[in-house]
Design a protein around this ligand. Structure first.
Ligand SMILES: Nc1ncnc2c1ncn2[C@@H]1O[C@H](COP(=O)(O)OP(=O)(O)OP(=O)(O)O)[C@@H](O)[C@H]1O
Ligand SMILES: [Mg+2]
Ligand SMILES: [Zn+2]
Length: 593
């Protein structure tokens, strides 16, 4: 027998074999038993989750000599032909490349004549949303007067883009993205059947990269076999897929915990020498810290962490080394580093700076110590700056220095706005006020300023909406929060909601890119989609967007000048450095405008 790629070879042949889509297969099986199979189905869902496979199994079930039966025999001529893709009863059309009216006319001709007695033709229209308007109309006519013993299955990744008239005449099944656990299990089964020795770590990497698509997972397994042979070790798969070795991430965490700049810089050095992509490393570090943060907040067994059972204890242990605030700060620093790596030349320098900031952030000096340093003018402190600040002619301003983002999702309650750590400690101390002349930046006002933060996304602006009411947004947010706290917290970071047609866009500011990216995962998107569709009473699709840089810049330009002055200020700089912070906002005091 000729060589078959793994994904083809292990295409499920029965409803039971189909992983993770029981909600669909049970309904189809019932319909077959009760002789209530519909004329038209919509199978929607992401790539490689079993839509085409299910359509073929349905065809087998209807045409098996023992059938119609929910359990096709697999050995009769019909079953074999369908499995081999040579059956005349199954017509597969790729609507993406046959979008026109002519093809649909042809199709109508084909299905007009009933198939041979006791058989049912199954027409699978792949990517059905790609049909032209004309072709959709022609298809609709067919669906309105369905020919006998013909079943249409419209498979699509974008069901919202099907004509409403077609949707209303079809039964709709949504195929869900597969979970990390489902994918690893299937990979393990297949590896065993293929006599592949694959390390659990390698399975985990593949499952993670597949992002819910079993086909992608099997293609990656195929690649891994081509690259490694029949023994597939973790490190080789990581090398193949450009994924950072787990022990490098552990080493990074160890270096941070030990406060060892040496060890952290050593990592960069080693990566550079091995010719690894430094941005990759930063991304992986972000993912790792995110996992630690989730482990801290929700527990290491959270399904939000894509890791195998035997990786979880290590994650729990590493997470226990840090506080939630620490991890949030690391997360933010790494995001900033990622941004630098993307936009600026010399990735090595930026990665090194980023890691040094991580190390510093993990050993924040007590405030008193810092103050003493500032006062005494110790080298590296900013005491010289202190003196200069008061006479630097800075305009009277109120400023908030926030410790890097403590994003809202760490705050336990929705009602209290997150108070940036630095803002809450620094300004309330009377000695600080003596230390800094009234004209200078850090004043008690900063505290009240931060409590003005109404929107949990850290902006003064309320969340911007268009095409959707603020009440609906609030309702969606509450429902998401109720379903999954962490996801709710992510959504809270949004700055705008826009509904246009069937597309619901959730906007994030560019510095919240990571939140947008987390939401962009299949499962989160699916959850938000389901909730939003329910609240809005109609099907929508959801996407996360970044607010354009131009829009953000326009909003910021007013404070640009003030900000520049502050950024040059040695005292402010020293504070930021010590706390690993950044200036979130600079505003003129209203009374002195
Ligand atoms: N739910 C599943 N259970 C078991 N195997 C699956 C499943 N989904 C996908 N696969 C594997 O992936 C391959 C491709 O699946 P299939 O063609 O059904 O995906 P699809 O949903 O139609 O994707 P696309 O939208 O890209 O057409 C199958 O041959 C099978 O090996
Ligand atoms: Mg398909
Ligand atoms: Zn059969």
């Amino acid at each position: 027998m000729s060589y078959q790629v793994i994904a083809r070879k292990y295409r499920p042949q029965t409803f039971q074999d189909l992983v993770g889509q029981q909600h669909v297969t049970e309904t189809l099986k019932n319909a077959i038993v009760n002789n209530r199979v519909a004329h038209a189905y919509i199978f929607s869902g992401a790539r490689g989750v079993g839509k085409t496979t299910a359509a073929r199994i349905l065809a087998k079930a209807l045409n098996c000599v023992k059938g119609p039966t929910p359990e096709p025999c697999g050995v009769c001529d019909s079953c074999k032909e369908i499995a081999a893709g040579t059956s005349l009863d199954v017509i597969e059309i790729d609507a993406a490349s046959n979008r026109g009216i002519d093809q649909i006319r042809e199709l109508r001709e084909m299905v007009r004549y009933a198939p041979a007695a006791s058989r049912t033709k199954v027409v699978i229209l792949d990517e059905a949303h790609m049909l032209t308007g004309e072709a959709s109309n022609a298809l609709l006519k067919t669906l309105e007067e369905p020919p006998d013993r013909v079943v249409f299955v419209m498979a699509t990744t974008e069901p919202e883009n099907l004509e409403d008239t077609i949707r209303s005449r079809s039964q709709h099944f949504h195929f869900r993205a597969l979970t990390f656990a489902e994918i690893t299990k299937r990979l393990e089964e297949i590896a065993q059947k293929e006599n592949l020795k694959i390390e659990p770590g390698a399975t985990a990497v593949i499952a993670r990269m597949a992002e819910g698509s079993l086909r992608d997972a099997l293609s990656l397994l195929e690649q891994a076999r081509a690259y490694c042979g029949d023994t597939i070790p973790d490190d080789q798969v990581r090398a193949l897929l450009g994924v950072v070795p787990e022990d490098a991430l552990e080493e990074l965490v160890g270096a941070i915990a030990a406060g060892s700049a040496d060890r952290a810089l050593g990592l960069v050095h080693a990566f550079q020498k091995e010719g690894r992509n430094l941005q990759h490393f930063c991304r992986e570090a972000i993912r790792h810290v995110r996992n630690l943060l989730i482990a801290r907040v929700c527990g290491a067994d959270s399904e939000l962490i894509a890791a195998t059972a035997d990786q979880r204890p290590a994650i729990a242990k590493a997470a226990a080394l840090f506080s939630e605030e620490d991890l949030t700060r690391f997360f933010q620093i790494l995001l900033q580093t990622d941004d630098d790596l993307r936009r600026k030349p010399d990735p090595r320098v930026h990665l090194e700076m980023g890691l040094l900031r991580l190390i510093n952030a993990s050993r924040l000096a007590p405030l008193e110590e810092l103050l003493a340093e500032l006062k005494s003018g110790a080298p590296g402190s900013a005491s010289a700056g202190t003196a200069r600040v008061s006479s630097s002619g800075l305009p009277p301003v109120r400023q908030e220095i926030s410790s890097p983002a403590i994003p809202a999702f760490t705050s336990p309650s929705r009602t209290a706005p997150p108070t940036p750590a630095a803002a809450s400690t620094i300004p309330t101390r009377p000695e600080m006020n003596q230390q800094f002349p009234s004209q200078t930046a850090v004043s008690p006002a900063a505290t009240s300023a931060s409590s003005e933060v109404k929107a949990p996304n850290g902006n003064k602006e309320p969340v911007r909406v268009s095409g959707i009411s603020p009440e609906q947004v609030a309702e969606i947010k509450t429902a998401i929060q109720a379903q999954q706290k962490f996801l709710g917290e992510l959504v809270e970071q949004s700055i705008g909601w826009e509904l246009e047609g069937a597309e619901l866009r959730i906007y994030f500011s560019p510095d919240k890119r990571a939140f947008a990216e987390m939401i962009e995962g299949r499962e989160p998107l699916e959850k938000i989609r389901a909730v939003s569709s329910t609240v809005l009473g109609r099907a929508v699709r959801v996407c996360a967007r970044l607010e354009s840089a131009a829009a953000a810049a326009a909003a910021a330009s007013g404070s640009q000048e003030l900000r520049a002055q502050f950024e040059r200020d040695p005292l402010v700089r020293s504070m930021l450095q010590r706390f690993g912070g950044r200036i979130t906002e600079v505003r003129a005091r209203p009374e002195e405008k």
